[in-house]
Design a protein around this ligand. Structure first.
Ligand code: HEM
Length: 237
């Protein structure tokens, strides 16, 4: 059974048995944690214990160069070396700045594509993946969690939202703890850069009668079953 199909089953198991459920999948027990405080306890306080990865099955060993890539390697010297190399050589702020040229180039490609699509008057199909984990939906943390309210991340104290969850986990789209996505800064920079520019340059309108439908579909990653359709119009003549 794929991880995706098991999700509704897990949701009902959590509702019945509480935020921690253990299932035997294959030969190993698999523990599922649905509570953000337990996740914080495991990933931040017990960080070193839970930063390891299990031995891979034969097919995964081939795909992961026998677990010699950063995401599947054991928590040890190989992982530390790969992580340090990636963080210092690729993801360091000074390197990220040096990709400005590539970012502008990609933005230009997107802009050209959208301009010709806008001219043709066709709706465009966009695919957005939402990391919709149970923790990000907690109504005790988020007022009206399913509502689109980007202003919820702005607070009057001028403090920015801590996406790393180091003090407390309120959502964890990049994971948390020692194996947290090392590229979350780059990912957020790129998301902000492209979204801001594309909204600045184009007016986006929903196609009549089409609402945002968050039903999911499993592909290589989880994608929208019914992709957004938008009518776009260049703002600057
Ligand atoms: C919006 C974009 C992205 C999201 C939501 C995302 C999310 C994640 C998540 C959830 C993990 C697993 C963390 C864990 O195991 O606890 C992860 C790991 C990882 N991500 Fe990302 N990621 C994004 C973009 C990127 C990009 C652009 C790169 C590379 C340039 C990248 C490189 C990695 C690597 C190497 C790991 C494995 C880290 C390790 O095991 O030490 N990610 N990411």
């Amino acid at each position: 059974m794929s991880a995706f199909k098991i999700e509704p089953i897990l949701r009902s198991l959590h509702a019945k048995f509480g935020p921690m459920v253990t299932l035997r999948i294959g030969t190993r027990p698999a523990i599922f944690i649905a509570d953000r405080t337990l996740a914080h306890e495991a990933l931040i306080h017990g960080g070193a214990v839970f930063a390891d990865r299990p031995p891979a099955v034969a097919t995964r060993k081939i795909l992961s160069s026998n677990q010699h890539n950063i995401s599947s390697s054991f928590y040890g010297p190989t992982w530390r070396l790969l992580r340090r190399n990636l963080t210092a050589e690729i993801l360091h702020l000074s390197r990220v700045k040096s990709y400005t040229h590539a970012r502008n180039w990609v933005l230009q490609i997107l802009q050209n594509r959208f301009e010709s699509q806008a001219k043709a008057g066709r709706p465009i199909y966009g695919t957005i993946n939402f990391m919709v984990a149970e923790m990000g939906w907690d109504p005790e943390v988020w007022e009206d969690p399913m509502a689109f309210k980007p202003e919820r991340f702005l607070n009057s104290g001028g403090e920015t939202f801590d996406i790393t969850g180091s003090r407390e986990i309120k959502m964890m789209p990049f994971g948390a703890g020692r194996r947290i996505c090392p590229a979350y800064g780059l990912a957020i920079l790129h998301l902000e850069y492209f979204v801001a520019n594309l909204i600045w340059r184009f007016e986006w309108k929903a196609v009549d009668g089409d609402d945002v439908d968050l039903t999911e579909k499993e592909e290589f990653t989880v994608v929208m079953k019914n992709p957004l359709q938008a009518q776009i119009c260049p703002r600057l003549k």
